[in-house]
Design a protein around this ligand. Structure first.
Ligand SMILES: [Mn+2]
Length: 237
């Protein structure tokens, strides 16, 4: 794509310990953020986001981190007593966030893929969201304003992109392919808008995750190719 992007390598998993792997990721992210303006973490499942967020938190101290999740799901389930999973990352981030600093915006939420209990929890803890239905034909002025206000209230932005927000034909290689999904050009427009809005935020857009690709189910590498286009965009294409 005509540009050079340094690859900081892989995180070696810790046998039977998701928390161990998340800790290794957190350490790597905190270290790399000293050296780069924007870091991209490629998952893995959405559990990677908890590790990467912990790394960002170590780097930025008590700054207000606005967490934007482009995803069909809230991923606000409570961890089991034995630990977290791919559906609990944002609940764990919420638990770690200092009182009054929680900022969480989900873009592309599919109503039929989230339980009433999750909607209740999202409302209770002050999450914001925009449905996939509202994102079928582009970004309305309302959605643009919502993103702008969200970013303006943040000191630094963490963007997480779950590939299952895309329509099933665009991203077949995920564990929960979407029946409707948000069309690829609209996801690109969302990312563009977030990148632009974050220029006015003191800390900027420092951390991006792209998650939930499962190569075993990725017919013709469509999901990986879609992810590559989005990765190129967030890294300043
Ligand atoms: Mn998801």
């Amino acid at each position: 794509m005509g540009k050079s992007i340094p690859d900081h390598g892989d995180i070696t998993p810790v046998l039977n310990s998701l928390e161990g792997a998340q800790e290794r990721l957190a350490e790597a992210v905190a270290e790399q953020l000293d050296a780069v303006d924007r870091l991209l973490v490629v998952g893995g499942g959405h559990e990677a986001t908890y590790g990467s967020h912990c790394g960002l938190r170590r780097h930025v101290g008590d700054q207000v981190v606005g967490v934007i999740n482009i995803d069909a799901h809230f991923d606000l389930r409570d961890p089991y007593a034995t630990g977290g999973n791919s559906g609990t990352a944002f609940s764990q981030i919420h638990a770690d966030t200092p009182t009054g600093q929680w900022q969480y915006l989900v873009l592309g939420l599919a109503a039929e893929s989230n339980s009433d209990a999750l909607f209740d929890r999202a409302s209770q803890i002050g999450a914001e969201w925009v449905s996939d239905v509202a994102l079928q034909t582009g970004l309305s002025a309302t959605v643009q304003d919502q993103i702008d206000q969200f970013v303006a209230a943040s000191e630094v932005v963490h963007l997480s992109i779950d590939l299952d927000v895309l329509p099933r034909d665009q991203a077949p290689g995920v564990s929960a392919p979407a029946e409707r999904g948000v069309p690829m050009p609209v996801v690109e427009a969302l990312i563009d808008h977030i990148v632009d809005a974050a220029r006015h935020c003191p800390g900027g857009l420092r951390l991006v995750d792209i998650v939930e690709l499962n190569p075993t189910f990725d017919s013709k590498q469509m999901t990986a190719r879609s992810a590559a286009v989005l990765a190129s965009q967030v890294l300043g294409a």
